[in-house]
Design a protein around this ligand. Structure first.
Ligand code: NDP
Length: 252
């Protein structure tokens, strides 16, 4: 069954939401969905040209509601994340949402033969950059009346699976980061922290992971958006510290 969420028009008015990996796939769908409901969206990604294309699409429909910030997580340092945080502080009073969506899939190779440099690069993008961005933005999130941090996970980050290598391990790390941070912020802030497994979705990453699969068998990124919208809403206020699955919402 498809999950529907009857979001009120413009329920994200006056909200600022940062989405990483917003140049394509689920992140791009997410940016467009949040902007459609009134949010100002900050798009992070490594490819300026692709980000500009998404910028044009959103700005054409919702003028003045989109900002881009090109940043390659593979090479970004803590200083780059601090500069980003300062720039956001100058533009916005606070940050209401942080969607950690960017990720690399990496090699599908047994651990025994996993290339060391690929491992390090993937951990940099999928884990270290996520920590650095989170740490840099907690003060801005804390200034929101009700903020949400969403770590985009995967089923292989909940139960290990052969040949998923650094990708699976990086998603386990995000689950650990989510749980640790959720407990730390629970009594001192109103920031909600959760992880969300989108499940198989028709994107470039899915195509790379399952090259022989017919993409039409997988749901589109756009079809997941009711869950992403719901989680940003006040209806999801009580959800904190949980490892969520899009498919669980659909099963209800
Ligand atoms: P895509 O590969 O389509 O998109 C990934 C996004 O991350 C792109 O915008 C990409 O940029 C960006 N990105 C990759 N590397 C970097 C980097 N070094 N610095 C900054 N940005 C980077 O993937 P999906 O949309 O499928 O995946 C989105 C999330 O969902 C990921 O966290 C993924 O692990 C998770 N997921 C996806 C599933 C699926 O079936 N699709 C299943 C389970 C989880 P660019 O456009 O330049 O490539």
């Amino acid at each position: 069954m498809t999950f529907t969420y009857d979001a009120e028009k413009n329920f994200l008015d006056n909200k600022t939401i940062l989405i990483t990996g917003a140049s394509d796939g689920i992140g791009k769908a997410c940016a467009k969905a949040y902007a459609a409901y009134g949010a100002t969206v900050v798009l992070l990604g490594r490819n300026q040209q692709k980000l500009e294309t998404v910028f044009d699409e959103i700005d054409g429909l919702h003028p003045g509601k989109v900002v881009i910030h090109p940043l390659d997580f593979k090479t970004a340092s803590m200083a780059d994340f601090k500069i980003l945080a300062e720039s956001l502080n100058e533009q916005f009073e606070c940050l209401d949402g942080l969607i950690h969506n960017a990720a690399l899939l990496g090699a599908r190779t047994p651990i025994e033969f996993y290339p060391e440099q690929d491992w390090a690069d993937l951990m940099q993008v999928n884990v270290n950059a996520v920590f650095q961005l989170t740490q840099s933005l907690i003060p801005a999130l804390n200034r929101s009346e009700s903020a949400q941090i969403l770590f985009i996970s995967s089923s292989v980050g909940r139960v290990g699976r052969a040949f998923w290598g650094a990708y699976a391990v990086s998603k386990f790390a995000l689950e650990g980061l989510m749980q640790t941070l959720a407990e730390e912020l629970e009594n001192t802030t109103s920031i909600r922290v959760n992880s969300l497994n989108p499940g198989g979705t028709r994107t470039n990453m899915r195509r790379d992971a399952y090259p022989a699969e017919n993409p039409e068998t997988q749901p589109t990124a756009e079809s997941l958006m009711p869950v992403y919208l719901y989680l940003m809403s006040s209806d999801a206020q009580g959800i904190h510290g949980q490892a969520l699955n899009v498919r669980d919402f659909e099963a209800v």
